[in-house]
Design a protein around this ligand. Structure first.
Ligand code: FAD
Ligand code: NAD
Length: 466
């Protein structure tokens, strides 16, 4: 035990590595412990990045197969090469995880491989390929992320019954694919395999898809996904899966305990959410008790134990990479005595399907629940010139603003590329803009972003196109 660190971070995902880089920039002596071979956490290794790589290639393939001809582009003998697609995905992951290692080095952060365990105040034990060691530190940051929520009675084998991790590695396109859960992972990974030819059935416990997304947008997206070939079995729960030589039989019953129905499949993806991962972390040695769902509570990232901080998926809030990143950065700033802060009202969410779904701020349901008076502005991409020119007219923009002050409260969109467009509305929320500020801001023509401006005009009823 030689030198005392200012900060030891357990976990090298977006929460941990951003915390480490910022701590290094602020001149703190920092170590980041990661048990995987590579840095980047769930996001870079088995989450955001590999899923987006496959979403991109499969979207291009489907466009070539289904849309090109209608636009006057002839493609003969179109086919896909799954191993090559997987290679492209692996290349993106490799480049990015190596990039994180480079950034840690550049910012003088010690990257220590192994499993970290808190061993009382100011002590972290690491068990890694180079043996065991104990680090001494003034601050510990827990950034251990999350893991797949298991479905009771269903064993994930990562071959036929897979989590998102197995679903990113399938060696062949399943003929019949069942998604258990109509959340973000199900719809994204279901889209990948549907585009490549799988027949996809989604079994969802609730009577709607994408809980948490504005209801009107979720309904519209369900209609679009259905048109694409997804089959939805809502208000239905999986009661068991039988493995046979020829495949899987998935037993379900209505969520209210009613009618039973079974589905045949080659592959099933269990995607019913994720839960905090804090196994073997030694929380008891510093008196931290996670809540019933396993989350570690925090007040400005400080846990109940002095000198122990927490960021990312293993604490409360949306399980998103950019939320973990924002928390990691702000946490390092707090440790350095600065005023790090995260505005939880302005964290966007994007579902990277086609079309994409993007939202930030309050949903209409939340405003109703709060009893807040609001005005709504909507604009369909059907009336947007760029969308029409590009034959990408599915979707809409919906803005919610305070009825009295006109302050923007929420933005919800479905449409081609809205995942990029949402950043404008995050900025608007950060600056507490009024819908009129957006309506009077020049937007380039012809772009899909004009639909945002038109929706903002619609809040006061002066939309120009309709
Ligand atoms: P993680 O990324 O989970 O990182 C935690 C790290 O800690 C892991 O690498 C783990 O190995 C390590 N660790 C755990 N315990 C220890 C220990 N004791 N010692 C040492 N190391 C340890 N979010 C988005 O915003 N956009 C997306 O498009 C998106 N797509 C996703 C797609 C999929 C398929 C999945 C599964 C998730 C996706 N997410 C997405 C969610 C995103 O990946 C997470 O919100 C994000 O990775 C959380 O970051 P984190 O740093 O809190 O945890
Ligand atoms: P989710 O919470 O998005 O969706 C899970 C779905 O499963 C819900 O609709 C839920 O009602 C349903 N469900 C729960 N129990 C069920 C059961 N027994 N039977 C049938 N349905 C059931 O979770 P996810 O899709 O697994 O994603 C996990 C996390 O990863 C999310 O928090 C998400 O934020 C994150 N993620 C984000 C992105 C993105 O930002 N694009 C992509 C992938 C994952």
């Amino acid at each position: 035990m030689s030198e005392v660190y200012d900060v030891v971070i357990i976990g090298g995902g977006p929460g941990g590595y951003n915390c480490a880089i910022r701590a290094g920039q602020l001149g703190l002596k920092t170590a980041c412990i990661e048990s995987r071979k590579t840095l980047g956490g769930t996001c870079l290794n088995v989450g955001c990045i590999p899923s987006k790589a496959l979403l991109h290639t499969s979207e291009l393939y489907e466009a070539a197969a289904k849309d090109f001809e209608g636009m006057g582009i002839k493609v003969d003998g179109l086919s896909y090469d799954l191993p090559k697609m997987m290679e492209g995905k692996a290349e993106a992951v490799k480049g990015l995880t190596e990039g994180v290692a480079f950034l840690l080095k550049k910012n003088k952060v010690d990257h220590i491989r192994g499993k970290g365990r808190i061993a009382g105040k100011g002590k972290v034990e690491v068990d890694g390929p180079d043996g065991k060691q104990t680090l001494e530190t003034k601050n510990i940051v827990i950034a251990t992320g999350s893991e797949v929520t298991p479905l009771p009675g269903v064993e994930i084998d990562e071959e036929r019954i897979v989590s998102s991790t197995g679903a990113l590695e399938l060696s062949a396109v399943p003929k019949k694919l069942v998604l258990i859960g109509a959340g973000v992972i199900g719809l994204e990974l279901g889209s990948v395999w549907r585009r490549l030819g799988a027949e996809v059935t989604v079994v969802e416990y609730l009577d709607r898809i994408l809980p948490g997304i504005d209801g009107e947008i979720a309904k519209q997206s369900q209609r679009i996904f259905k048109k694409q070939g997804f089959s939805f079995e809502l208000a239905r729960k999986v009661t068991g899966i039988d493995k046979t030589d020829s495949g899987l039989t998935i037993a379900t019953e209505a969520a209210d305990g009613g009618k039973e129905k079974s589905f045949e499949a080659d592959v099933a993806i269990v995607c019913i959410g994720r839960r905090p991962y804090t196994d073997g972390l030694g929380l008891e040695t510093v008196g931290i008790e996670p809540d019933k769902r396993g989350f570690i509570a925090n007040d400005h990232f400080q846990t109940s134990a002095e000198g122990v901080w927490v960021v990312g998926d293993c604490t409360h809030g949306p399980m998103l990479a950019h939320k973990a990143e924002d928390e990691g950065t702000a946490c390092a700033e707090r440790i350095a005595g600065k005023a790090g802060h995260v505005n939880y009202d302005a964290i966007p969410g994007v579902v990277y399907t086609h079309p994409e779904i993007a939202s930030v701020g309050a949903t209409e349901e939340q405003l109703k629940e709060q009893g807040r008076k609001y005005k709504t502005g909507k604009f369909s991409f059907m009336a947007n010139s760029r969308a029409r020119a590009n034959h990408e007219t599915d979707g809409m923009v919906k803005l919610l603003a305070d009825a009295e002050t006109d302050e923007l409260l929420g933005a919800h969109m479905i449409g081609k590329g809205v995942g990029e467009m949402i950043a404008e509305l995050c900025l608007a929320l950060e600056f507490r803009a009024a819908s009129e500020d957006i309506a009077r801001t020049s937007h380039p023509h012809p772009t899909m972003t004009e639909a945002i401006r038109q929706a903002a005009m619609g809040v006061e009823g002066w939309t120009m196109q309709a």
